[in-house]
Design a protein around this ligand. Structure first.
Ligand code: SF4
Ligand code: SF4
Length: 469
């Protein structure tokens, strides 16, 4: 397969949301406290490798996975382990590292663990198993995940069926609330090329996907050779979702176990093997209707939401919800919270707790909805101020079909939900449960406020557990 080019239109005509991060990049101040959040890693049961008060270098292990002890999660910064926060059932929520004792200035270069540097012909000659070992040791392996459960990719030892049919490197650019690829790729082109060479060695083929406005940026960066293809995406924000692309390109059941890596995480393998340091740089898109100047912020893995939003002026006249992750898939952050392991976007959305008097009688010019009963349907291109108010409780499904209309993998979520409600897992699997991209679109458009995406995601996780038992 030669480096090719295909264009896919993914995602339906969904209401546009205001607060898109502008094409402006500012630098966050280097924080005094940084944190890693094990609880945001699906299917990882963290076993701490440090105790409170321990000193760590950048790149020292903070925790491992109980079931896969060679999965190491490293410290993004040198300092002292300040706090280990436990949640329900002793799950580690967060490990905080204080860079320097309060008020003490940095002295000398930051202590950092060093890892082997492998470039040029050395990379070509490196056996795949050795490459996997280096990526695991260097803490970047968790960036590579596998379908259909979005778990961290198995090593050869975990999965005799390795290598996967393809590895999708999703550059992104379709989600207006995600970081712009041209910003995080600027100056990192060589690292990006090296990363693609590394990723190519891990799977039978490498699929690089990118939104159409950034195709010309990425095309010249593809390494030469067989087994690399470029897929160009257009459509709504979910076009960036690698599961939606896999659904279109897979040619056999074996493809369902392919791997993926998204956005700036693509740079991590290249950075590790060219710089010999644990990579931590990250550009965050900070947006939402609660920020007056949505923008991009250059920060690090482990920075807090407060440090990211620091300089942005916020609307203080109404309560805000802080959300880390995608606008349709993110999780609420408590005050002082930290973005999740994979997150590169932060949103501030108005809670919108106020009750609407006679809301049903209003024309709905500013109401984001797929329904044509609101006037907002007259201009779908207008971005609407969206908050967290669901305007009512969950109700029974009215069979409107909106969820099926927008689903990027042609699932009929309303029937899936009913099958799962009746405990008919076989039916749900036959309806394509494992194809679900967990994109959240169905729940967003549902007029009955049914949390379809959560229901399907939990069902997938339960099925994975059953399969592993
Ligand atoms: S079922 Fe819902 S969450 Fe799953 S892919 Fe379809 S729209 Fe996305
Ligand atoms: S969008 Fe909601 S109400 Fe409409 S068919 Fe789907 S589940 Fe039912």
């Amino acid at each position: 397969m030669k480096a090719g080019m295909k264009t896919h239109l993914i995602g339906g005509d969904i209401p546009r949301i205001a607060g898109v991060p502008g094409h402006v990049l500012v630098n966050a101040p280097f924080p005094e406290v940084m944190a890693v959040c094990p609880a945001t890693l699906p299917f990882v049961k963290a076993r701490p490798a440090v105790a409170e008060g321990d000193k760590v270098r950048r790149g020292d292990p903070l925790f491992t996975d109980k079931k896969r002890p060679d999965l190491r999660f490293l410290s993004p910064v040198a300092g002292t382990v300040d706090r280990i926060l436990y949640g329900r059932r002793r799950i580690i929520e967060r490990i905080e590292i204080r860079r320097h004792p309060s008020g003490q200035a940095a002295a000398g270069p930051e202590p950092a663990a060093s890892f082997p540097v492998v470039t040029g012909a050395g990379l070509d000659d490196l056996p795949r198993t050795e490459l996997i070992r280096l990526l695991r040791e260097g803490g970047v392996w968790p960036c590579i995940r596998s379908f259909p459960y979005r778990d961290i990719a198995p090593s050869d030892a975990d999965d005799p069926a390795a290598p996967p049919e393809t590895l999708i490197a999703s550059v992104g650019g379709a989600d207006p609330f995600g970081p712009s690829p041209d910003l995080w790729l600027a100056g990192a082109e060589t690292v990006f090329k090296t990363s693609l060479r590394i990723l190519r060695k891990l799977a039978r083929t490498l699929t690089v996907s990118v939104a159409s406005p950034y195709a010309d940026l990425v095309r010249p960066l593809l390494p030469p050779g067989e087994g690399i293809r470029l897929e160009i995406l257009s459509g709504s924000g979910v076009a960036d979702e690698p599961a939606a692309l896999l659904y279109r390109i897979k040619t056999s059941a074996a493809w369902n176990r392919s791997w993926f890596i998204t956005g700036q995480d693509i740079l991590s393998p290249g950075r590790l093997l060219t710089e010999g340091r644990y990579p931590r740089d990250r550009i965050f898109a900070v947006g939402g209707a609660g920020i007056s100047h949505p923008r991009h912020v250059r920060g690090w893995r482990g920075i807090s939401a407060a440090d990211l939003a620091g300089g942005a002026s916020r609307d203080v006249t109404e309560p805000m919800r802080w959300i880390s992750g995608g606008i349709l898939t993110g999780r609420s952050l408590a005050p002082g919270g930290y973005p999740g392991y994979y997150d590169d976007r932060l949103l501030l959305l108005p809670e919108g707790n106020e009750r609407e008097v006679l809301g049903f009688a209003r024309p709905g010019w500013n109401r984001p909805s797929c329904s044509r009963t609101f006037l907002s349907a007259l201009n779908r291109k207008r971005r609407l101020k969206t908050g967290c108010n669901t305007h009512g409780e969950e109700r029974a499904c009215v069979n409107c079909g909106f969820c099926a209309r927008v689903c990027p993998v042609d699932i009929m979520p309303q029937f899936m939900m009913k099958a799962l409600g009746a405990d008919e897992m076989e039916t749900a699997l036959a309806l394509g449960l494992l194809d679900c991209a967990e994109c959240g679109l169905c729940a967003y458009v549902c007029p009955s406020k049914i949390e379809l995406s959560r229901i399907l995601t939990e069902a997938k996780a339960a099925w994975r557990k059953e399969m592993a038992a």
